[in-house]
Design a protein around this ligand. Structure first.
Ligand SMILES: *Cc1c(COP(=O)(O)O)cnc(C)c1O
Length: 430
């Protein structure tokens, strides 16, 4: 990307699209499925990937590309693509490297949707996964690798477990086996953590969360660091390092180098065949969110810290989990990877278990009950009485969800208002 070297805050506002003389200041919404050419020969060059340009929005669209370029700048990557959801980003990020018979090592505490995608749907495609405790010993991590391992996958801050990953350790282990580390950086955002600086090779996002930040659009993004040397491990990555017969015999790693091969292949092959492009309008809305991401994240963290501290000292609260809180199991690791703050999500338990948690939920007035997290509006979920209500207390505990667990996503409203809402709902438990 040939843009000036700006700091993160400037990139949030300005990166990805610079209008020329007389052009609109806002990213234009190119709501067009197709693009017109003067000759078939010119269009042919695009199909052969000899010239860059647009021909059909299922593969690429200028609005989407402006926004992807901004996210690449925020993460310090070489190239990026938007996807229609975070799920699509997770799927593409792995499937761009793997085929039936391959294997992936993943952290066991990843987001439930990603876990199902890997453990159920991608297993059906013949891709095997080994899930490791993110705090396992070096020996256990080492033992998870197989000769056919093609990638390692983890989350900066796991949703909803709030486990902070030791990114450097996982990157070193991946690289020792000649495979890339893929990091889902949804909860931290590039404002709080840039995994590429710690050795991650590919970063993905559910942009539905803080990046959009306003409950407006589902979306995802994949960013390539441009650092992984595919050709040095050509035997492992035939999809990148041998000719793609479905694309006129192009070898992506040769033609586009370390910086471009991965995203070009994901666009030319996966978007072409699986079609998970976001609507340009949604990319436009995502960009509005990105323009204030650096202002919103510190407020989320500041409010979440106040909420966590309030909960910690409250007699009706049995436990609090927030990685930014001193004494938390991940406090030191969070300080290393996210010195400016972690995220706005706090989980806690109330005395009286499942029934007390339900009572608490029923008394909230400001916090909205929603399956969503990581949003400007404070939102809250009690899995035992909603998403996981069919499970008994014993089954919940086996699934790693305490019956009293409340996942509280602290928004950017006035912190005292949020705490007052929690306080009055906790009073109902006395
Ligand atoms: C929500 C979420 C996803 C899935 O994203 P969608 O946009 O809902 O498809 C993936 N990873 C994490 C960490 C998430 O929180």
């Amino acid at each position: 990307m040939n843009e000036p070297k700006w700091k993160l805050e400037t990139n949030c506002v300005q990166a990805g699209y610079q209008p020329k003389n007389g052009e609109p200041r806002m990213i234009p919404i190119v709501q067009s499925t197709t693009f017109k050419y003067d000759s078939s020969a010119e269009m042919g060059k695009l199909f052969d990937l000899e010239a860059s340009g647009y021909f059909y929005t299922r593969l690429q669209n200028p609005t989407n590309d402006y926004v992807a370029a901004k996210i690449a700048a925020l993460e310090g990557g070489s190239a990026a693509m938007l996807t229609s959801s975070g799920q699509a980003a997770s799927f593409f990020s792995v499937f761009n490297l793997c085929q039936a018979g391959d294997h992936v090592v993943a952290s066991a505490t990843i987001y439930g949707g990603t876990y199902n995608l890997f453990n159920v749907t991608m297993r059906k495609m013949g891709i095997a996964f080994t899930f490791v405790d993110p705090d396992c010993s070096d020996e256990e991590l080492e033992a998870a690798f197989r000769p056919n391992t093609k990638a390692v996958f983890g989350e900066t801050i796991a949703n909803p477990a709030l486990v902070v990953l030791d990114i450097e350790r996982f990157a070193n282990a991946a690289h020792a086996h000649g495979v890339p580390l893929i990091i889902d950086n949804t909860f931290a955002t590039p404002v709080n953590c840039r995994p590429i600086e710690w050795g991650a090779d590919i970063v993905i996002h559910s942009t539905t969360k803080y990046m959009d930040g306003h409950d407006a659009g589902v979306g995802g993004c994949i960013v390539d660091s441009g650092k992984f040397d595919w050709m040095a491990h050509a035997d492992k990555y035939p999809g990148l390092c041998t000719p793609d017969e479905s694309y006129h015999g192009i070898t992506y790693a040769e033609r586009f180098g370390k910086e471009g091969a991965y995203i070009t292949k994901a666009t030319a092959q996966l978007m072409r065949d699986l079609g998970s492009i976001p609507a340009p309008m949604n990319a436009f809305l995502l960009n509005l969110g990105l323009e204030s991401l650096h202002v919103r994240m510190p407020r989320h963290c500041e409010n979440a810290m106040k909420v966590a501290q309030f909960l910690q000292n409250h007699p009706q609260v049995s436990w609090v989990n927030y990685p930014g809180l001193e004494g938390n199991r991940y406090y030191e690791r969070a300080k290393k990877y996210m010195p400016g703050g972690t995220c706005g999500v706090v989980s806690f338990g109330v005395k009286g278990g499942r029934a007390a948690a339900e009572t608490f939920m029923g008394h909230l007035k400001l916090a909205m009950i929603a399956t969503h997290v990581a949003d400007a509006h404070t939102c809250v979920l009690h899995p035992a009485s909603s998403t996981h209500r069919q499970l008994s207390d014993e089954e919940l505990i086996a699934a790693g969800v305490a019956p009293d667990l409340i996942r509280f996503s602290v928004g950017i409203e006035n912190g005292e208002d949020i705490i007052a809402d929690i306080a009055q709902a906790l009073d109902a438990l006395r």
